[in-house]
Design a protein around this ligand. Structure first.
Ligand code: DOR
Length: 449
């Protein structure tokens, strides 16, 4: 395996409190050395991209791959190709596939197929995600399940959820809660408010999310278990998590870019890729989500990458399945809406997508410490991304961001010491033919970004 020297770029590694211009040497699949003036030998590929940032490969803890069952929408192969295009080197795959990931064999199937990026299976809490019988959590953990979730719906019965938390705690795993009370959601399609009145679409009140957030926090507190709340979208949920943390409850939570850059007002377009669960909320909720990210109440930004076929999405808004793809826009949306707006420093934003999700999942990832696996992203924080349908590597194209221009362009992704994605630098960064020749001659990549 060829060595790689990333030379003289700004290295941001929140896990080791690093933000400085230093070299990073990758050898034997690990971070071999960090420092100033590391010398490259003949076998080393030298990469110098002035203006670029070197960071740990991103960790996306909320991804829907559709294999098994809906390989027309996403496979593990296409999903990991999309992941590395977005700078993601580790992802946690949700179990709401067909069939559900609720047996050790299916856990092993998903875990072993991540070639381009690490795929960490999340197994179901209950058999078939039906909310009745607990799945064999111990065996699923032994097979490689990093956490448990019935994502897509809540575990409605609090006694089942309580037992799940007790078992998960015994085996040292986290329960990831999808918080929506089905009775309160009813036949709702979008957030309850002025926008739902105007559009005539059935409303979902914010309290549908908050009652389950409150319930699961109380259950986590009483069992001492580790709880992670998925896709937090409301002001009330942020408040509940803030208070629970202050009370010492072992709770973490995530939000997704769409909750800090879109509101229910955007549903006016009736673009079905805006239909998500939980739904896009009000401007007030968006503000609270941004504040929760700023003050550390929200630990993680995850994509909730939810591919759906064109046929299924090209229908009336209320007939479309919920979900939007998100792995490839995770970094640019976070930079554009949270960093460029001055709400978060780049270092804090990177922490929300690297070391913090790794900790919430209990996996070893998200750091550039010497000796760690060489999972690295190199990106240009100011590089423009023109989002088009063709730009996505995902098999599905259901993104409301098609047509937007964002900041934060991934130039190179390295997984286990191998380059798994590399921007077509000559075409896209306007580097000269000369640079191309030089690169070929000396293995050196010189591109002005
Ligand atoms: O919008 C969503 N889509 N939310 C979920 O919780 C599930 C996901 C999916 O699987 O499509």
């Amino acid at each position: 395996m060829r060595k790689i020297l990333l030379r003289g770029m700004r290295l941001i590694d929140p896990a080791t409190s690093t933000d400085e211009r230093i070299d990073l040497l990758i050898a034997g699949g690990v971070i071999a050395a960090r420092g100033v003036g590391i010398v490259a030998d003949q076998e080393t590929r030298l990469v110098e991209l002035p203006g670029a940032v070197v960071a740990p490969g991103l960790v996306d803890m909320h991804v829907h791959l559709r294999e098994p069952g809906r390989e027309d929408e996403e496979t593990i192969e296409s999903g990991t190709r999309a992941a590395v295009h977005g700078g993601i080197t580790a992802l946690a795959a949700m179990p709401n596939t067909e069939p559900t990931i609720d047996t050790p064999a299916w856990v092993e199937y998903v875990r072993s197929r991540g070639r381009l990026a690490g795929v960490h299976p999340i197994a179901a809490i209950t058999v078939g995600r039906e909310g009745r019988t607990l799945a064999p959590l111990g065996e699923l953990a032994e097979a490689g399940a990093v956490a448990f979730s019935d994502d897509g719906r809540s575990v409605a019965d609090p006694s089942v959820m309580r037992r799940a938390l007790q078992y998960a705690s015994m085996i040292g795993r986290t329960i990831i809660a999808h918080c929506e009370d089905q009775a309160l959601v009813g036949s709702g399609i979008m957030n309850e408010g002025l926008a739902s009145t105007r559009s005539g679409l059935s409303p979902i009140p914010t309290v549908a999310e908050e009652t389950i957030v409150a319930r699961d926090i109380l259950l986590a507190q009483s069992t001492g278990a580790r709880l992670h709340i998925a896709h937090v979208s409301t002001r009330g949920s942020v408040k509940l998590v803030r208070r629970a943390k202050a009370d010492g409850v072992a709770v973490t939570c995530e939000t997704c870019p769409h909750y800090f850059c879109l509101t229910d007002d955007d549903v006016r377009s009736y673009d079905t890729s805006m239909r998500v669960n939980p739904p896009l909320r009000s401007a007030g909720d968006l503000k609270a989500i941004r504040e929760g990210l700023r003050d550390g109440t929200i630990d993680v930004v995850a994509s909730d990458h939810a591919p759906h076929s064109l046929e299924e999405k090209q229908v009336e808004f209320d007939a479309a399945p919920p979900g939007m793809i998100g792995m490839e826009t995770l970094l640019p949306l976070t930079i554009t809406h949270m960093v460029d707006t001055g709400i978060l420093s780049l270092g804090k934003a990177i922490a929300l997508m690297t070391v913090k999700p790794a900790r919430a999942l209990g996996i070893t990832a998200g750091t550039l410490a010497t000796g760690a696996a060489a999972d690295v992203v190199v990106f240009d924080p100011e590089g423009r991304v023109e989002v088009t349908g063709d730009w996505f590597r995902s098999l599905s194209k259901n993104s409301p961001f098609v047509g937007s221009t964002l900041s934060g362009r991934v130039l190179m992704t390295i997984h286990d010491g191998q380059v798994v994605f590399e921007e077509d630098l000559e075409n896209t960064c306007g580097s000269s033919e000369d640079n191309g020749k030089r690169a070929a001659e000396s293995n050196e990549l010189v591109v002005g970004v």
